[in-house]
Design a protein around this ligand. Structure first.
Ligand code: PEP
Ligand code: MN
Length: 366
């Protein structure tokens, strides 16, 4: 059961409702506060045996806007009613939500300083302040390049600061990596920010999810598990929120099945509206790991471009996309990387599709 308070409710009014909830045995009240798209949200979640708790006991209390019984397990990130406010948050001066488009273009894996400098320079020239840079790479084979790890963080962050990059999406595969990122950022004087990425292989690494949930310095980019149901991925993302961090972006990145061939994965961006309907999270798409191939369609646009369009026309507001100054020498996922000279065209395409999405939504389906 979720009790939603009026915006700007006083703490003592909230405390009175908490006391009311505590009168029921077997019910644990947990208070949650989030940033919504337009207002701050305060909710009291009643967990446990709530079947015998009447909703009108709470509906009549001062400061309470409404009470809903929820059937889904992912109660914090879940969207339980059509008018539930979507989550949004600001991080390092950048606003994330369902109305703000951000393209995180960058290298799958950090390799040389020259490549990172070249990529970030291209982003800065386009006024882009977000990028992706992998330092810790979860690879299928232990003999493949594993990422430069903590060693590259000082110069990656320094270059990011120099080029005005505000948020770097960076995967972590172990709790230790968060400490290394914190240390490197602090040492460098915090020239940039980091969005902690949970990769598809760690989508159900519950201990890692708890750790990224227990910190609130960095927002979290959660990638759906490539071989589990969407519902299971929602429950996994709930671990992050449940441990204290609701600043989550939910990322679709394709699912593993040979039915997606000739692409690397089956592009699952048809699920964008499902995530927007069933959760309150902003949605990201990763066309690079979905398509995973350098193919160019008959119309001259790379398949990766088309996948970007498919995600954005369905309402996603963030794109994670691999680029590389020299894909042929990339140490990870070179074949799926776009070339740096393609950045302006991709940004233009993304913005046009987003504008079209907004116009289509404003027109409605009737
Ligand atoms: C990545 O973004 O670099 C990555 C490894 O993605 P995924 O976890 O979706 O495979
Ligand atoms: Mn990759």
């Amino acid at each position: 059961m979720i009790v939603t308070f009026e915006p700007g409710v006083d703490d003592d009014v909230v405390a009175a409702v908490v006391r009311q909830a505590e009168r029921y045995t077997g019910v644990e009240p947990k208070l949650h506060r989030f940033d919504g798209a337009t207002e701050h949200i305060t909710e009291l979640h009643l967990v446990g045996d709530t079947m015998a708790v009447p909703t009108d006991d709470f509906e009549s209390l001062p400061g309470v806007r409404r009470v809903v019984r929820v059937s889904t397990k992912y109660r914090i990130i879940g969207r339980h009613r059509p008018d539930d406010e979507a989550f949004g948050f600001e991080y390092n001066g950048v606003r994330f939500g369902r109305d703000e488009l951000h393209v995180f273009a960058g290298l799958c894996a950090v390799d040389t300083r020259r490549h990172i400098d070249e990529m970030m320079r291209a982003l800065a020239a386009q006024g882009v302040v977000t990028t992706r840079m992998g330092a810790y790479k979860p690879r299928t084979s232990p003999y493949d390049f594993q990422g430069l790890g903590a060693a590259c963080l000082p110069w990656v962050f320094e270059l990011a600061g120099r080029h005005g990059i505000k948020v770097v999406a960076m995967e972590v595969t172990h709790a230790r990596h968060i400490d290394e990122i914190v240390e490197a950022l602090d040492r460098a004087g915090e020239p940039t920010g980091v969005m902690l990425q949970i990769g598809t292989r760690n989508a159900q690494n519950f201990e890692l999810l708890k750790v990224v949930g227990q910190q609130d310095r960095f927002p979290v980019l959660f990638k759906r598990g490539m071989g589990i149901t969407l519902e299971e991925s929602f429950n996994a993302a709930e671990y992050v929120a449940n441990h204290g961090n609701p600043n989550i972006v939910f990322c679709l990145r394709g699912v593993k099945t040979h039915l997606g061939e000739p692409h690397r994965n089956l592009v699952d961006f048809g699920h964008v509206p499902v995530v927007l309907r069933q959760t309150r999270l902003p949605v990201c798409v990763d066309p690079s790991h979905s398509v995973g191939r350098p193919y160019v369609a008959a119309d001259g646009l790379p398949d990766v471009f088309h996948a970007v369009g498919q995600g954005l026309i369905a309402g996603a507001t963030m794109v994670l996309v691999d680029f590389h100054p020299e894909p042929e020498v990339a140490l990870c996922d070179g074949p799926q990387a776009l070339r740096v000279h393609q950045l302006p065209a991709l940004l233009d395409y993304a913005r046009r599709v987003r504008e079209t999405y907004e116009a289509v939504v404003a027109r409605g389906a009737g």
